[in-house]
Design a protein around this ligand. Structure first.
Ligand code: PMP
Length: 333
């Protein structure tokens, strides 16, 4: 009998899949690591489990404790899923720009959701960061995981994502490509792959145009979610990437739609971005058939049906040409 004790046991061990149709002329093998196979639907399940384990060991999180974090998406799901199994309350603060659908997902996992004004900046006491800080201090047993500075985020990828890629490729991986949000994925996985290969595996960061990582002189708003920043988090080891490739929102969204329509991979916008970076890099560096590039796809496209996969939203946000290029003509005229 194979019966798992809880969904926590299903975290990690995600598959690698070769890309066949969107690689247009690239000779290297491009394999994607599909993180939506995690039980909470994203790579963030990995960090949630290790962050909670470590806090239990250190005593920061006590039985019956309350996990408080400013997060709107995947990290909240991962934390709520692991926390409910162990009897912890979760409270997430999020700005009111976050869609009702995302709030509903967090509540469905048993979390409490506190909505704060989006226009309150990080220094404003009403901001979602500050509200979380105050609640964590005020509530007995309150504890903040702080994914941007918690070393257990990158460590979870060092101990799971990195070894999984090394083993699944029979040690043949030559490049690893991942987006940078907190930096945990690229730092932990990258450090493992560098160490185990004696520095041979090249680590490539993928970054939205407007984020600090690829161009600190031109930081501005962009539409891709979950990646890029306007500051350097502690979880990101800036020495690690050998190169960081910048991608526009339009390129990322076009690839995201192509991955669903041509590769059977319904993934989020940061996944499309990472694949675009990998293909740019492969062309730029003339990678040949001896190279094996692994690209991490953090989450599922289900959370983006109202945006990237909604033609009206896409047109209203200036991506009409992307819609035209990725929509097959309807048979019903
Ligand atoms: N893509 C998505 C959709 C995410 O939610 C995140 C996490 N913020 C990332 C990519 C980046 O991962 P990391 O924080 O490990 O850099």
């Amino acid at each position: 009998m194979t019966i798992h004790n809880s969904t926590s046991e299903l975290i990690g061990g995600t598959p690698l899949v070769r890309l066949n149709h969107v690689t247009d002329g690239v000779r290297a093998t491009i394999a994607v690591k599909v993180e939506y196979f995690n039980p909470g639907g994203s790579s963030k399940d990995r960090i949630a489990e290790r962050i909670i384990d470590a806090a239990e060991r250190s005593g920061e999180l006590q039985p019956g404790g309350v996990i408080v974090e400013p997060t709107s998406g995947n990290t909240g799901v991962g934390l709520a899923m692991v926390a409910q199994q162990r009897g912890y309350r979760t409270i997430f603060t999020l700005p009111d720009k976050v869609s009702e659908a995302k709030r509903a997902v967090l509540r469905a996992y048993g979390a409490e959701v506190i909505v704060t004004p989006t226009d309150a900046g990080p220094d404003d006491p009403r901001s979602y960061y500050q509200v979380a800080e105050r609640l964590a201090k005020a509530i007995p047993g309150g504890w903040r995981p702080n994914q941007y500075s918690n070393p257990n985020g990158p460590l979870s990828h060092y101990h799971t994502t990195g070894p999984e890629i090394w083993q699944a490729t029979d040690h043949k991986v030559t490049h690893f490509v991942a987006g940078i949000g907190t930096g945990g994925t690229i730092s932990g996985t990258g450090r493992y792959l560098k160490e185990v290969s004696g520095g041979a595996v090249q680590i490539v960061g993928a970054d939205p145009q407007g984020s600090i990582y690829s161009d600190p002189t031109d930081v501005h708003q962009y539409d891709i979610e979950g990646v890029g920043e306007d500051f350097y988090p502690k979880a990101f080891d800036r020495e690690l990437p050998d190169e960081i490739v910048q991608v526009t929102d339009a390129e990322a969204f076009e690839m995201t739609r192509r991955l669903a329509a041509e590769e059977g991979l319904l993934v989020g916008g940061s996944s499309g971005m990472a694949v675009v970076s990998a293909l740019h890099y492969a062309r730029e560096h003339n990678l040949d058939e001896h190279q094996l590039v692994v690209v991490l796809l953090p989450d599922s496209g289900r959370g983006y049906m109202e945006k990237i996969f909604n033609d009206d939203w896409m047109r209203a946000h200036g991506y009409g040409d992307v819609v035209e290029r990725t929509t097959r003509p309807s048979l019903a005229q």
